[in-house]
Structures are given as C-alpha cells and as structure tokens.
Write a protein that binds this ligand. Structure first.
Ligand SMILES: *Cc1c(COP(=O)(O)O)cnc(C)c1O
Length: 376
C-alpha cells in the first residue's frame, strides 16, 4: 500500500532565479531609475533571447496572449482563421478579440497538433490565416501547413507557447511561419513572471509591433495607430535574464525525469506516452499520457484517485476550446469534424514534471498508477 504524499505534488513548479542575483538586478534597476518602456534590462533580455531562440527578430510583451493578439493585428488578418480546439483558451480568444472567427480543425492522433490533412476542407473565401499550436512542444507538420498556406495565400502564426528552445531538423522553432508566439508565464519552462515574445523574419513587423504595444505613439505629439499597452517591464526582463541562465540545466533535468517516467510507465497497459519525434530537439515542458480503455479506469477516475494521493495532475486540454461556454453553440466560432480531438481530450492527462521533482516521487507516482489498475 502506498501512502498519499504529505504535500501536494503540483503539475509544475516555476523555475526561479538565484535570489541574490535577483537582488543585484533590483539594485541595477534602482540605479537606472527606469522601470519600463524599453530600458536596459529589456534590451539585454531581447538580445539574449534573439540569440537563444536563434531568430532574426524578437519583440517582447507583457504576456503571451497580448503578443498573440497583436501578431494577428500586425498581419491585418480578417474573417476566419483555422486553428485547433486542443489548446489553451488564449489561442482562439486572441482571434475573437480581433473580430475574427476561429474555425476549429481536428488534430492528429500522434502529436495532438492540428491535422494538415483536414485543413483544406475548412478553407473558405473568408479565411485569412492558419493558427496552429505546437502542443506540448512537439512541432506541427510545418512543411504541409506552409504548403497549404502558400497555395491559398494564407498567413501562418504558430502558437509556440509550449515550444521554448525546440528545434526541428536543426532549425529553431521560432523561424517557421510568418510569426511565432512564445509565452513566458510562470508555469512555462522559461518564464519572466508573466511575459511573451513574437519572433519573425520580416523586418517591417518590428515597427508595426512596437507601435501596437505602445499605444501607437510615434512622437510626443503624434499617435499613428490605435495601439494598446503590452510592453514588458524592467523587472520582468531582469528576472528573465536570470531564469535564462538556468534554462539549459532545467531542460536537462526534465529530460532525465521524462526518461525515468517513460522507462517506468512502458508496459503499463492502456497508458500511452506521447512519442518524442525524431529530428527534433525537445524541451520536455510537459509529461502528457493518454489513459485508454485497456487501463481499466477512465482518465477522470485516475485523475480523482491521484488527487487522493496528493498528486495534482492536470487535464490539458479538456474541455476542448470548441466546447467552452463562450464558443459552444455561439456564432463566434465554427468547427469541423473533431473526432480525434474529442477522444484525446477524454484521455489526456499531464503528470507532474519540473526540474526539482525528486526521482523517488516519480517512482511512487508510477507505482500508484500501476497499483490502481491492478487493484480496481
Ligand atoms: C500559456 C499559453 C498561452 C498564453 O500565454 P500567457 O503568457 O499566459 O498569456 C497561449 N497559448 C498556449 C498554448 C499556452 O499554453
């Protein structure tokens, strides 16, 4: 019999910077007397991220959602955009905030990413773009997606909120499509408390994005566009520099822990792990499993039982965005056939994973999962 953990084991834990180093950074900010509006910390983080992410251009924001909203605006998208229902609500919300109708396309069983083969059937004369998500850090089938985009003259924005540091065939993930969005929320592997970034190749976007995130102000007496306020501040940027120093170690720790989970969980009937694709450099941000009928307990039952052991797994992404009250049966969205997305949303469960998670805890979590299926 395994006893419940004394303290809750959360699905993740934020990556924190060295505390003394943060105090030193705060001293720098005090000395500079600049708290926001593109100060020295902001400029330093921007150049470090440009290098780390291996991208030609990066623009920083106060969070990922506003970054995505402004990416959509900067590309002048209209009408309908094809996206996935298997994502965080911020993805379709960003479209609706731009008066665009999200059109939900089904996902692939292997990666839970948008299924390129089902995109074309959803294209209408109102479609202006495709907004795929690299779910759990696994790259979408970008060659196929971009071939379709070219054929129909559509833009492509990738929601890369899960894909910090990922590479596909040696190419940094942020170099694909017209724009990619990264989230630096506390729960993501790299964080700036809250924050986000857009990466892109077209240099003309730099100015456009700058105006959009800073009220459209071009000079003390001139405002050229109806922008908003989406700037990253100096404390966020300083925090981010220090977290960036630790990210490679964090990814290495998560890789080691992922391998432990995979080794221990392999052979448990009805528990399926997400494949780690060839030709990618992965970031190990999540540990998703599918709980399938052969396991004996449903995903929801396993979720509840784990909670009794103080293991707080998460159902990312259930419900599907298309089933949320703000979209289901509403005129603001449209859906294709979502057969695979519905099944995956019913079976998905993300187990605890973060660099500081102790190996014995993982071993016990797996023991609990095995015990529950044997002793139902
Ligand atoms: C976290 C997340 C976002 C939102 O990012 P914020 O920085 O929290 O605004 C968007 N899309 C996906 C897929 C996410 O996981």
């Amino acid at each position: 019999m395994i006893r419940p953990f004394e303290k809750p084991i959360y699905v993740t834990q934020p990556l924190l910077p060295d505390k003394q180093a943060l105090v030193d950074k705060i001293d720098e900010i005090y000395a500079s007397k600049q708290l926001t509006n593109g100060g020295p910390q902001f400029l330093k983080l921007k150049s470090e991220l440009q290098k780390y992410l291996g991208v030609p251009h990066v623009s920083l924001f106060c969070n990922g959602t506003l970054a995505l909203q402004l990416a959509i605006k900067a590309l002048d998208l209209t009408g309908e955009v094809i996206t996935t229902p298997f994502t965080f609500p911020a993805t379709p919300h960003s479209l609706v905030w731009n008066n665009i109708t999200p059109v939900f396309c089904d996902i692939e069983p292997a990666t839970f990413n948008i299924d390129p083969e089902k995109i074309e059937a959803l294209i209408t004369d109102r479609t202006s773009a495709i907004l795929p998500v690299h779910v759990f850090g696994n790259p979408c089938r970008m060659n196929e997606i971009e071939r379709i985009a070219k054929k129909y003259h559509l833009k492509v924005i990738y929601d890369a909120a899960h894909a910090f540091g990922v590479k596909y065939q040696g190419k940094p993930i942020g170099t694909f499509g017209d724009i990619s969005m990264f989230s630096f929320h506390a729960t993501k592997s790299f964080n700036t408390l809250e924050g986000g970034a857009l990466t892109y190749a077209d240099p003309s976007l730099t100015e456009k994005l700058y105006y959009l995130k800073n009220f459209g102000i071009i000079g003390q007496e001139a405002v050229i566009t109806v922008g908003t306020n989406a700037k990253m501040n100096e404390l966020q940027a300083a925090f981010g520099q220090l977290v960036l120093e630790r990210i490679d170690q964090e990814i290495a720790d998560r890789k080691r822990l992922t391998e432990l989970y995979r080794e221990r969980l392999s052979g448990v009937r009805g528990i399926t792990l997400l494949p780690i694709l060839d030709a990618i450099e992965y970031n190990y941000q999540y540990l998703p499993i599918l709980v399938q009928p052969e396991y004996g307990l449903s995903r929801d039952t396993l979720f509840e039982k784990l909670k009794e052991y103080n293991v707080l797994a998460r159902k990312y992404f259930y419900p599907l965005c298309s089933d949320l009250a703000c979209y289901r049966g509403q005129a603001n969205a449209r859906s294709g056939d979502l057969t695979t997305a519905r099944r995956v949303a019913r079976e998905i469960l993300c187990l605890p994973l973060y660099g500081e998670l102790a190996e014995p805890i993982i071993k016990d979590i797996v023991k609990i999962i095995k015990y529950l299926t044997k002793n139902q």
